[in-house]
Design a protein around this ligand. Sequence first.
Ligand code: IDP
Length: 141
Amino acid sequence: MAIERTLSIIKPDAVAKNVIGQIYTRFENAGLKVIAARMAQLSRTEAEGFYAVHRERPFFKDLVDFMISGPVMIQALEGEGAIAKNRELMGATDPKKADKGTIRADFADSIDANAVHGSDAEETAKVEISYFFPALNVYSR
Ligand code: IDP
């Protein structure tokens, strides 16, 4: 399988629960390397830009309000099949439907406050990584 990069965000609910380290451990145990990371308080404009594909969805305002409700931890992950692997670790969007042992099953409270974001395809991963990290701040190894 190819080495890929994906963008992950630990959302405000999981940051507030103080489980950044527990989530990073899951990435590491799955063979995903953190190659860039920063904590940020997103502005409304940044969050709206990031989720622009969802602009017409009924939950867009709630999603943006939630994403700016507290600090988030943003990271680029690298590894074999990183995009699918991260989605597997995350579990289904609705934590009630997420498989046992996934990040969302263990740490998320609702479909709004669902602990993590992960890119869903190669093209979106590229766009999302460059949205938050200029190329020079990525440390591949
Ligand atoms: P994903 O995060 O699992 O990729 P997407 O469909 O890309 O899910 O949706 C982005 C985010 O929007 C979700 O993580 C979730 O927080 C929120 N969201 C998606 N669908 C709903 C919904 O039906 N109600 C409320 N929030 C939703």
